[in-house]
Design a protein around this ligand. Structure first.
Ligand code: NAP
Length: 293
């Protein structure tokens, strides 16, 4: 069994981007600039945004953090988006999800200029991904693709089961794995909460991508020997062992599933760090105007 070290790969990607940024600045080019918008004070969202901003600064990007209270009006949030769209110094920006219920998430995401949509959530970027056109691929699926590539995991002709069909992870992941590209060519089964006898699919899977947010959902009797398991799940569960009072749990019962795997990602240290590396990669592309000329 090989443990897929997302933390190490993410650090390698970030070190190479940091070098590229230094070269850009030495050549008199503009410092890449990412902005992040956070609404409310949800602990999880705050941790994610802070980690993204810190990672940007570590690679030499400029960053701007915009906070709104949870009672901010949709109109005001949209105005922030328009301002960022029109600010030539900002290369890319993200609006951290989820948003409070009184705000229409789709309306906000659609207001983002696709050229600055480094989270890859705008319908234009999603559509371009489906059509195999240059685009910003959303950070978590993009991170998973890079992990599979780095570990030379064969995907062509394999049966890939994706559990979870969210717009940000499961659905794009299922599309990427089925593409007629070097990383892809899988036969994909997309499972969700209405799937009957889910075990019958996972037991026949060569690759399983778990993105449902149910701690330790995937058990040893649900997988075959030699399977590749990618665990996207990160659920906070109460713990007396940590200072924060919680622990992150994946969707896979790691101790019993890992011995049956050829490759597996841990939680934490697997997919999570790659999400950040991918966001930084997308921001660098935006700064270089590499995707939308
Ligand atoms: P989500 O929007 O809640 O979607 C969950 C999906 O899982 C839904 O499609 C749901 O089916 C399906 N599902 C739920 N229970 C199921 C069950 N018992 N059997 C089969 N399918 C089931 O979640 P998400 O945003 O995709 O996130 C999923 C997990 O990944 C969460 O733990 C999240 O924290 C984590 N995550 C991690 C990263 C990272 O960087 N590591 C990034 C993003 C998300 P229905 O569609 O039928 O409801």
């Amino acid at each position: 069994m090989t443990l897929i070290d997302g933390k190490k790969i993410s650090q390698e990607i970030q070190a190479s981007i940091a070098q590229e940024v230094q070269n850009m600045i030495a050549a008199g080019k503009k410092q890449p600039h990412l902005a992040a918008v956070l609404v409310g004070n949800d602990g999880g969202s705050e941790t994610y945004v802070t980690a993204k901003i810190k990672a940007c600064e570590n690679v030499g990007f400029k960053s701007t953090f915009i906070r709104h209270p949870d009672y901010v009006t949709e109109e005001k949030l949209l105005q922030t988006v328009y301002d960022l769209n029109n600010n030539d110094d900002i290369d890319g920006f993200i609006v951290q999800l989820p948003l409070p219920r009184h705000i229409n998430e789709h309306k906000v995401l659609e207001a983002i200029d696709p050229k600055k949509d480094v989270d890859g959530f705008h319908p234009i970027n999603v559509g371009r991904m489906v059509l195999n056109l240059p685009c910003y691929v959303s950070a978590t699926p993009y991170g998973i693709v890079q992990l599979l590539e780095k570990y030379n995991i064969e995907t062509s002709g394999k049966h890939c089961v994706v559990i979870g069909r969210s717009h940000i992870v499961g659905s794009p992941m299922s599309i990427l794995m089925a593409k007629n590209t070097s990383l892809g060519n899988c036969t994909v089964t997309l499972c969700h909460s209405k799937t009957k006898d889910l075990k019958s699919f996972t037991q026949n899977a060569d690759i399983i991508i778990c993105a449902l947010g149910s701690p330790e959902f995937l058990k040893a009797d649900m997988v075959k020997d030699g399977v590749v398991v990618i665990d996207v799940g990160t659920t906070r569960v109460a713990s007396t062992e940590t200072k924060s009072g919680y622990k992150l749990k994946g969707d896979v019962k790691f101790d019993e599933v890992a011995p049956k795997c050829s490759y597996i990602t841990p939680v934490p240290g697997g997919v999570g760090p790659m999400t950040i590396a991918s966001l930084i990669k997308n921001t660098l592309s935006a700064a270089k105007k590499g995707i939308y000329k």
